[in-house]
Ligand binder design. Structure first.
Ligand code: ATP
Length: 332
């Protein structure tokens, strides 16, 4: 049996890094049948939207998606393709494991952190008004239901993975109602998981502590905007956006994705690091239970990184996307 997966190649470096990922997975014998679907700026001309309904339908049918970076054309009234995807499919959990990789030298060793982000509310609800000339109001939405849903997902995930401690981050001193409700939901749901340690921390303090020593944290839970910012910071701790995988997960649907943008500065030049999408594809295989293939591909990636002969520019090397990908396939 093969898993049918919706593949959105995306814009900029998207086609390069998704092609590399598909080559590696094919070489590893991953039982996947890809269904190409349009998205991003590339979809606008033909479908009139950066997130066409037919792509949403395809993901809904297959329940699994893999996505390169998407560009939403600015100033033309389109809602962000990524935000649309998360909201339309109710992919409420942003999941970003952040791990140190062998051979990728950073100031921090042994980082093994999970960043969980509530994906559907907060300022991303997109409710903005100009209430008078030059006076804008943007609304932060926070419901107890969404807070409880992501907290439950977080605690269940931790229990299944043997993770021990979770820190809920907020700015409740400044936004006591919205952020306070999120923290309340966290502790309320957390009461059912007495074996998991819990703390809460102002988000500015978290930023400072992450820069000092990320190893003091195990799992972080954040609302949408804080999660957006801090998860990129966390990616920077282990080597940058080119090596950090991510996923957007809902009740029965999950879309795995590059956490980086379209990188227009290097697009089409064969310089992109495919690891963000490739490691995201491995998260997808882990999600469906294909642990053996995940281990094999991870071993091959780690060997190539450790040997250091083939590295893309973002990791200080000179290898092209294809050379790096070929090296991984050779190891396999
Ligand atoms: P967008 O507006 O789509 O988010 P951006 O340029 O603001 O694009 P990124 O695309 O994430 O943000 O790029 C930030 C920097 O990181 C750029 O210099 C880019 O070249 C680099 N970068 C991002 N992804 C990769 C990658 N996979 N491999 C190598 N470099 C990357």
């Amino acid at each position: 049996m093969k898993y049918r997966v919706t593949l959105i190649q995306g814009d900029g470096i998207g086609p390069e890094v998704t092609r590399a990922t598909c080559r590696v997975l094919a070489a590893a014998g991953a039982p996947i049948e890809w269904e190409d679907a349009p998205g991003g700026a590339a979809a606008v001309a033909q479908y009139g939207s950066p997130m066409p309904q037919e792509t949403l339908d395809s993901i809904q049918r297959n329940r699994l998606g893999l996505k390169g970076p998407l560009e939403t054309p600015k100033g033309r009234g389109f809602r962000s393709a990524n935000v649309t995807l998360r909201q339309e499919l109710n992919l409420f959990c942003g999941y970003r494991p952040v791990r140190s990789l062998p051979g990728v030298h950073t100031p921090y060793q042994g980082v093994d952190l999970v960043v969980l982000r509530e994906n559907t509310e907060d300022l991303y609800a997109g409710i903005e008004h100009e209430i008078g000339r030059g006076t804008i109001m943007s609304l932060k939405v926070s419901t107890a239901a969404a807070g409880e849903r992501i907290a439950r997902w977080a605690f269940e995930h931790m229990r299944n993975r043997g993770r021990r401690h979770i820190t809920c981050c907020h700015k409740a001193q400044v936004v006591p109602l919205a952020d306070g409700a999120f923290v309340d939901a966290f502790y309320e749901i957390g009461a059912g998981y007495p074996f998991i340690g819990k703390a809460d921390l102002p988000v500015d303090n978290l930023a400072f502590q992450l820069a000092q020593d990320p190893n003091q944290f195990d799992t972080l839970l954040l609302q949408n905007l804080y999660g957006d910012i801090l998860s990129d910071l966390a990616a920077g701790l282990v080597g940058g956006l080119g090596v950090a995988p991510g996923a957007n997960i809902g009740d029965r649907i999950a879309v795995f994705e590059a956490v980086h943008g379209t990188a227009p500065d290097i697009a089409g030049q064969g310089k992109a690091n495919p690891l963000s999408v490739l490691l995201s594809a491995l998260l997808m295989l882990e999600y469906v239970g294909e642990a053996k293939i995940v281990q094999r591909v991870e071993r091959a990636i780690f060997d190539v990184l450790e040997q250091g002969r083939y590295r893309t520019g973002d990791l200080g090397g000179t290898a092209t996307t294809d050379q790096f990908t070929d090296a991984i396939i050779d190891k396999l």
